[in-house]
Every structure is written in C-alpha cells, then in structure tokens.
Design a binder for this molecule. Structure first.
Ligand code: CO
Ligand code: CO
Ligand code: CO
Length: 346
C-alpha cells in the first residue's frame, strides 16, 4: 500500500503552527527563569535557547515538529529533521545529538510509513553529523514528526535575532514560496516541477550557510520558517531595536509561485502572519499585493536571513553562491529605528 501523508492533514508543516499573536499572548505569562548561565532565552524570540556550561562551551537547545508537508513518508522525515536542526545552524552552533519526537496513528497507517519517516529523519541527521540517541512516541492522528536537537557553541560566538545593526545588509539564502506551492499542490494548481523544487529546498540543510556566517563573524541571523520572511525579519528588528527594510523584488521566488499567488492561492497562514506583523510594519503604497502576501508565506524549512556588515555583503553573497546556495540574494538592509520595525518597500 502506497501511503499519501498529505491526505491526512489540512495544514502541514510550519503553517500548522499556532498564530504568532496567540503565541505571544501565551508566552507573556510564563516567568523567565533567572540564571546567569542562560545566554539566550525566549525573550528575543530566538531560534533556540543557549545555556553556558563554561567559558568555552555552551549548549544550543531547540525542538520543532509538525504534521506532514508532503506525501512521501521518507521525504517528510528528511524535511522535518532539516527544519529541526536548522535552528542550531541559525544560532551559529554545531548540532551534535538529537531525540525523535513522533506522533503516529498506528491504527490508521501501516507501520512501514512510521519506519520510513524515522529513516528520513536519520538520513538528514547523519548528513548534518547529528546522532539520534533516543526519542518518544505517542499514538495520535494526524502524524507529526520532528527532533529535539542539542548543539555546541562558543559562548562568545552566538548569532541571535538581536544582532542586526544599522547599516547592515540582509542576505537570504533560499528562495521563498514553499507554503503557497504546498497549498497549490492540494488544490492541484501547482506544477510538479515547482512542487519538486519546493521539496528539494525544504530538505536542504542550512549547514553551508551557517559555515559562511561563522567565517565572517556574523552576529545577527535567523532561519525563515513558519512566520514567513517578513515575520522573522520583524522578530529580528524588534530584538535588535532597529528598522529592517525588505524589498520583495529582490527576493528569489520558487518557480511559478508569483502566478499561483496572483490566481488567489494564498494560504491562511500568510494572513495570520500578516495580521501579526501589520501594526509594526510600514507598507509602501506601491507594493505589489502578491509580493506582499509572499513576504508572509510560511516557509516550512526556509533559508537563513543574515545581517551582514556593510562592505562585506558582496563577498558573503559570492561565498554563499559558490557553496551551493546559488539563489542567495541581498534582500534589504537595516537602519536606525524609525516609526516602525519593518518596512516593506516596493
Ligand atoms: Co527558527
Ligand atoms: Co524552530
Ligand atoms: Co519518554
């Protein structure tokens, strides 16, 4: 029996996250633990927490899991693992070990599919040099999969949302549009070619991008996932207390995703992300509506958005391209805070 995981979910991947607005509402009631060894906590909405062990070593801790984004169980495992590990890369860390987190409807799916999801996860983890050393499973519908990942980092070399400085250029390492293409696939509007490209991009580790960041001592970065390019840029701007200006015309888009958007294929997650960002965003009146919505397209396993010292951006860009991230692009810049945290230029 051929299993099609997409038949089981209404919104897969990171678009299944609860809205950023609700999340902020919940998190504000949680007391932040007080410990000088906590170097990064949820205060800055960073990709991972960082805990100092000694002056040379800190641990990067993160977890992600979500419902299927694609039909094939093995590919779903690969994408979920690439996304989970990405948060360690986004902080400049080296991922080391991980635990599986799995929810699986044992009565509704053959165990073979279960095995394939885990095998996909192991495949990506080993590409990243990560050893999966345990996990936990719950019988649940629909299936969900991801990892809890631990990485190492030097306490003085942490890359965070709070590290963007006025004058920096912003580089994005992967094209956007995976949320819209996956929605288009459900509606049978997306081409097979675009779906394949989206799957390849989601499976791609952010490892080489992270290596370039470390080499250039970049201080501010995040990976672009469920809140979309603009949503994550906004989190970075808030944490860094700066204004970030994005130009969507400079952002690489996957295949025909602009046309899909123009045809009205806009996932609900894009509207939730827009709703969250709107009060803090200045929209250029000339901004194209489709590009505006693509700025908020939920990326399940998107690229790195890095804040690069001005003057080094072309060199960093060239290195990213030669390391296999050919569609990296300079997509905006950082300036002193003025009026709003985020500008969407046209
Ligand atoms: Co992240
Ligand atoms: Co995450
Ligand atoms: Co357990």
């Amino acid at each position: 029996m051929k299993v099609d995981l997409l038949q089981m979910v209404e919104s897969g991947g990171c678009s299944a996250k609860i809205s950023p607005k609700q999340l902020e509402e919940i998190l504000k009631y949680l007391p932040l633990p007080d410990d000088p060894n906590i170097l990064v906590n949820i205060d800055t909405h960073d990709d991972a927490g960082v805990y100092k062990i000694n002056d040379e070593l800190a641990l990067v801790l993160t977890t992600d899991f979500f419902p299927p984004v694609c039909s094939d169980p093995f590919e779903f495992g690969q994408i979920a693992a690439a996304n989970s590990i990405s948060d360690v890369y986004a902080m400049g860390g080296d991922p080391v070990v991980a635990l599986n987190i799995m929810m699986f409807p044992a009565a509704k799916l053959p165990l073979e599919a279960y095995k394939e999801i885990l095998k996909g996860g192991y495949d990506k983890a080993s590409e990243a040099g990560v050893k999966i050393i345990g996990g936990h499973t719950i019988d649940d519908f629909p299936p969900k999969y991801g990892l809890a990942v631990v990485g190492y980092i030097h306490p003085k070399k942490i890359i965070t949302n709070a590290g963007a400085r006025p004058g920096d250029s912003l580089i994005l390492t992967k094209p956007v549009g995976t949320g819209t293409i996956l929605a288009g696939q459900r509606l049978k509007l997306a081409s097979g070619k675009d779906v394949d490209e989206a799957l390849q991009l989601m499976k791609m580790l952010n490892k080489s991008g992270a290596e370039v960041m470390k080499k250039h001592s970049i201080k501010g970065a995040t990976d672009v996932t469920g809140f979309g390019l603009a949503g994550h840029a906004l989190k970075m701007a808030k944490a860094s207390n700066v204004t970030i200006c994005l130009n969507m015309k400079k952002v690489s888009l996957i295949g025909d995703v602009y046309r899909l958007t123009d045809d009205g294929c806009i996932p609900g997650a894009s509207f939730r992300n827009l709703d969250f960002a709107e009060p803090d965003t200045k929209f250029d009146p000339e901004l194209d509506y489709n590009l505006k919505m693509l700025a908020f397209d939920a990326q399940t396993s998107g690229g790195l958005l890095m804040s690069v010292n001005s003057g080094t951006e072309n060199e960093v860009l060239a290195e990213l391209k030669s390391s296999g991230l050919e569609r990296s692009a300079i997509v905006g810049y950082v300036k002193d805070y003025k009026d709003k945290f985020l500008y969407l230029d046209s």
